[in-house]
Design a protein around this ligand. Structure first.
Ligand code: ADP
Ligand code: ASP
Ligand code: MG
Length: 418
């Protein structure tokens, strides 16, 4: 069996933790899957040697530390150089894990993005993987090595080191699992799976056994950072089964798979919270063809990610247009929107907001899910400022001060704690 594993920053956070990862990797050489709930890691029970590719993140705090250092000099560091600095975090942790594995008497080798054959576009600090040349990794696996690969980085066609964006190691792992045609991709963090909501917000959150790619996509994109959205997108496209597990327990974790593989389709699977969005409102903006195209065209050109767009029916050639942007892009958005001042009576910004979302495939065939959410929030006097829906999701923009409370009351209302 070929297994790709990924260990996140917390799992790699100290020498002791890297030793713990090395011990787990060594046991995984003998792991087998009897069923998705029966993950056997007993050397005596199974006498088969797996092939292992292990993707690692930088030790926790290292990436933030590098960004902080760069920020000492300028708020807009040169992105090519920043990538060179950022990639060093993963290079250190990959090498340390390989040293630990070799010290245990196992045969291991650490590769950086280039050595692993991960090629990206040249969009520094948020590069996209274009292809993976698996020649080197396959050869090393055939030679009996455990291959440890730096997550979060690759090489552009012009030979520059690139990074994939925050949390990008999840993506590296899924992309490698897809390219190597691995049997599974295991993503290890500090939670033993995907929960009905962030267990740090609601201690009554329950672990989900299986969840569909689409539900996980919505949860991740709406704030459940246990998996990076782009990694789930890719896993769905390449049909890579993901197990989300903890590196601190032996729990079987959560399987992220196709909807067909899920027998019981709950109406609501989980609640996600995103506190990183800000609201932008253009009040009494001219209502004529081309306004939205011009406005969102400019925002897109400035590389600003717009979400949750709501426009109301216009009256007297005026309308209101509201949307959200990531908080850390709000300043950029303000600068871009300056030139639209004359188009609207008022452009209003609000940083003190959060988006709470309800996700579930069962919503497709059930009515009343939204009505219930609105009633529950109303009962706690939580005002809903914007609403957007998809087939399997309802998102509501609320005041930041109600963020955690809204998660807890919704979690209880859909009986996710039972
Ligand atoms: P890593 O550093 O290993 O990549 P992350 O910190 O990115 O790990 O992701 C794990 C964290 O995701 C958990 O500590 C948890 O607080 C958070 N999280 C948010 N929503 C969920 C959820 N629905 N289920 C599980 N964890 C969640
Ligand atoms: N080290 C990078 C980060 O902190 C990538 C990752 O951990 O996935 O964002
Ligand atoms: Mg992560």
């Amino acid at each position: 069996m070929l297994i790709v594993q990924k260990y996140g920053g917390t799992s790699m956070g100290s020498s002791e933790r890297i030793q713990n990862v090395a011990n787990r990797v060594s046991l995984s050489l003998y792991a087998s899957y009897k069923s998705h709930k029966q993950y056997v890691k007993d050397k005596d029970n199974v006498n088969r040697n797996n092939k292992l590719v292990v993707v690692v993140s930088a030790m926790s705090g290292v990436t933030d530390g590098i960004l902080e250092h760069a920020g000492f000099f300028t708020s807009t560091p040169n992105e090519r150089d920043l990538d060179m600095a950022l990639s060093s975090g993963e290079q250190m942790s990959a090498a340390l894990l390989s040293i630990a594995l070799n010290a245990k008497g196992l045969k291991s080798i650490a590769l950086n993005g280039r050595q692993a054959g991960i090629f990206t576009d040249s969009n520094h600090t948020k590069a996209r993987i274009q292809y993976i040349d698996t020649t080197n990794i396959y050869k090393l696996l055939d030679d009996g090595y455990i291959v440890v690969v730096t997550g979060f980085q690759g090489l552009s066609n012009s030979g520059e080191i690139t990074t994939l964006g925050r949390g990008g190691s999840d993506l590296s792992a899924v992309a490698l699992a897809g390219a190597l045609k691995a049997n599974v991709c295991e993503i290890y963090s500090d939670v033993d799976g995907v929960y009905t909501t962030d267990p740090r917000i609601e201690s009554k959150a329950k672990k989900i056994d299986r969840i569909s790619y689409d539900e996980m996509l919505e949860l991740a994109s709406m704030g459940a950072k246990v998996l990076l959205t782009r990694s789930v997108e890719l896993a769905k496209k390449l049909n890579v089964p993901i197990y989300a597990r903890s590196s601190f327990s032996d729990d079987s974790g959560t399987l992220i798979t196709t909807e067909e593989n899920i027998m019981e389709k709950p109406i609501v699977s989980g609640i996600a919270l995103d506190k990183n969005q800000a609201r932008v409102s253009l009040i009494s903006i001219q209502d004529r063809p081309g306004i939205a195209a011009e406005l969102f065209g400019k925002l897109s050109k400035a590389n600003i990610n717009v979400d949750m767009i709501v426009q109301t029916i216009g009256r007297d050639s005026k309308t209101n247009l509201d949307f959200t942007v990531p908080k850390n892009e709000l300043e950029k958005a303000k600068n871009t929107l300056n030139e639209f001042d004359s188009y609207a009576d008022l452009i209003d910004y609000d940083n003190e907001v959060a988006i709470v979302s309800i996700v579930g495939v069962g919503m497709k065939s059930h009515s009343g899910v939204a009505a219930k959410a609105f009633q529950v929030l109303a009962k706690d006097n939580i005002n809903i400022r914007m609403i957007s829906t998809s087939e399997i999701k309802i998102s509501m923009l609320i005041d930041l001060k109600y963020a955690e409370l809204s998660v807890r009351v919704l979690h209880a209302a859909y009986k996710l704690d039972q």
